[in-house]
Design a protein around this ligand. Sequence first.
Ligand code: FCB
Length: 454
Amino acid sequence: MLKRATFPAGFVWGAATSAYQVEGAPHEDGKSPSIWDTFSHRPGAISDGTTGDIACDQYHRYPEDVALLRQLGLAAYRFSISWPRIIPGADGAPNRAGLDYYDRLVDELLGAGVTPFPTLYHWDLPQWIQDDGGWANRSVIGRFTEYADAVVRALGDRIGTWTLLNEPEVFVSHGHEYGKHAPGLRDPDLALRVSHVVNLAHAEGVRTVRAAAPRAAIGSAINMEITYPASDSPADVAAAERYHAHVNAWYLDPLLKGAYPVAFVDQDAALAKMDIRPGDMESLATTFDFIALNMYSRAIIADDPDEPRHGLRRIEGPGRRNSYGWEIWPAALHRLVRRVDRDYGHPVIYITENGCADNTGPGADGVVRDASRVQYLADHLGQLARAIDDGCDVRGYFTWTLLDNFEWAVGFSQRFGIVWVDFDDGARRIVKDSGRWLRDLVAGAPLEYDDSLE
Ligand code: FCB
């Protein structure tokens, strides 16, 4: 049995969302288009043909959503700020009306006793920056720091924790290598170069935010899929490590350890494609006050020299699947937190995303019985408690997500919320069983979980 008391005093319980996935209002108050506004309108880009034009309409309904957080007893809200609301054009001038929206949101949260936990970049790059080469053009570094500075100066007096980037690996690979996310490019070499520019912008961003908010805690949300070798063979073990380096460590090691991890069979050839210039490695070096982890599943990796993608083959695991098809393997969260604790010198860790697609809708009585999500949360929190028990310094847990929302390339077809959203009926909200379950846990109720080790 687990209880709230199993987690350390001061442990932060929250829920997360991101701007494009919930806000809607794409043209309001001076906002210019982001790459997701452009991409989602491209025929065929989103599997169910939808866009985030309205999404959960949080731009207009934020008081209702803040009230929901309060009703659920959640002490923190992780949301992201939309860059093109703040800097709509190439002149770089901050848009007061855009900043005002986040001003109101932050004040509403604080008024409800909910701590704002903002993320500066959750994938919605201004289209005007993309038109100038986006994350492939080093000029984005200055653009990012300009934007970060404007936001932190406007809101910093009320924010204790800044998260800079959300899942750099995902927006680099899905956006530039696989073409499944905005801006929809399919060029592995470009993706490699982009990864370096993103890392440079990231490090410069940390320095900018620290200068503007010296007392705030600073980190980034890194997606991590802990990796299991398909067998004990040295080749599979080495392949699993290459995958770990490529997906999990590529956006942390250069900043925190001063070097790119070995992720490629021919690492020198990969580095040669990256346009690493004199002085770059020095300017990558920085520190974080915490490492934030987004975790959903795990990866099982086999070595396969015939695989075009770096000789890595992904093996399907035996675990249950969520409605999106992702394997559910709660013990992976324990293993992940232990590894990050070991590899990065016992950092402060937040789980900034963890959750489950479960498309259960309201029954005839209007109740949403999303039992598989309840199970998912219980089992993952159980594994997180094990890691804390082992001595890892985990300070908070944000479930993905507060509201069913626009799930990127699959539109509204996958629901991750602890609150149901009726997208046909003016985005009406209904708290699901999982929302009530989390509320009860946070209020002190005991919970059952699966304590199996692997
Ligand atoms: C993560 C994203 C988040 C959401 C979840 C399901 O990769 O950060 O926006 O889409 O996946």
